[in-house]
Design a protein around this ligand. Sequence first.
Ligand code: AMP
Length: 478
Amino acid sequence: MCGIIGIINHEEVIGDLLFGLSALQHRGQSSCGIVTFEKLFHLHKGLGNISQVFTQQEVAKLKGNIGLGHVRYATQGGDDLINAQPYSINYPFGIAMIHNGNILNFKELRDTLYKEHHILLETSNDLELILYTFASELRKKDLMNLSVDDIFDSVSETQQKVLGAYAAITMIANRGILAFNDPNGIRPLVFGKKETASGTTYAFASESSCFDYLEYEVISNLAPGEAIFIDTNNTVHRKICHSGKPAFCIFEYIYFAREDSIMHDKLVANERIAMGKILAKRVKAAGLKPDVIVDVPSSAYFFATSLADELGVQYIRGLAKNNHIGRSFIMSNQKDRETTAKLKLNPITSFLKGKKVALVDDSIVRGTTSKNLIGLLKRAGAKEIYFISAAPPIQHPCMYGIDMAISSELIGRNTVADIESYLEVDALIYQSIDDLKELYKNEHFCYACFDGVYPVANSKKYIDEIESERISSSKNGC
Ligand code: AMP
């Protein structure tokens, strides 16, 4: 999972790029990078978060009025510099690219690029595959007279060849900026603009909250399979190049996106409120009567408060959060994750002691976080603990870039009774997948991590391959 931003401007773009990228930092903290273009590509990337990687000297070198920014999230290793984005190539034209997502058929693509185009990839990162596939298609065109149709045609070929979930932003030197996504539109990408004295500035970003800071307005989301190209005359060209069934990732609303982002016309906070409300049905059906409802900060806040409203039970912030420690999930190994999780949250004993506490989190993946939290509540003297997951049981690995571990690590594959006894809780309540689907009955989301129905054709065929690859080496997605 990553955060991406691309801007085409009439003045130096670096300020907006850095500012916008900072608003996407929650989408990845293992590495970040920016590339701008003025005569040449100017690139700087490094490991860590934005404030660690970008010094004033580095920023001063990033000249130009067009640029791309990326924050990367990696698990299970793979967080070395070679995987940091953006990447750029010199021929044809000079193309720089960033992406958010995960590719399924990476082995086939790698072989095809070598056998048919004599391209030997440098990394195991998915981005190189998209970049070179796109560049190989572009190279087939009349480069002296490259047209917008040629660019869209190359996107369409890329979308047909690259299977998976991806949102990508590309700069083509002296031609313009291009954004496109996969045919199912699984990963988010918004298109926005700002009117300035010197003309219209256009931008693409993973989340709309980033535009709030930059004072850009949202024009639209990219539709499944859509490409948008803005040429150097600032003319906008749009085309659905190769579309499939829409399958936007439901997990963006549950966990990943910021609560103040609007994705496909839905404010993330509102969706969490709606999901919290329907959770109440499950709590009532189990006959539970908590004294207080506590959220796991920060993503569970709206689930917990709306559940509390619906049940008529007091909500209380019973866990204090140290905001200066990164997301524990994105640590590469289990030991680091456990240590970080402990440092991150501290129970407020006087709110919890002797109480029946319903603890609400957005989801349970491996169960590490939940088990730690339950331990904290016990030490704080909670009388009974009910653990409530706003997401249904996660039983299938996400192959589309959310990176939810390998199958054998997913605790949701066990029975609720077994998970209760592993977590040592008095009750475990999961959101029901049927209730969730009922909530969105008129829409098409990807629920694959819950129901194993993968929207991209042939996904299952690639799952075993990807799982074994992930076990033996580092993660290659984003
Ligand atoms: P775990 O400890 O493996 O059960 O992870 C669950 C915790 O990680 C929850 O508290 C979530 O807030 C968070 N989480 C859930 N899914 C993801 C994901 N795909 N990436 C990062 N964090 C996640």
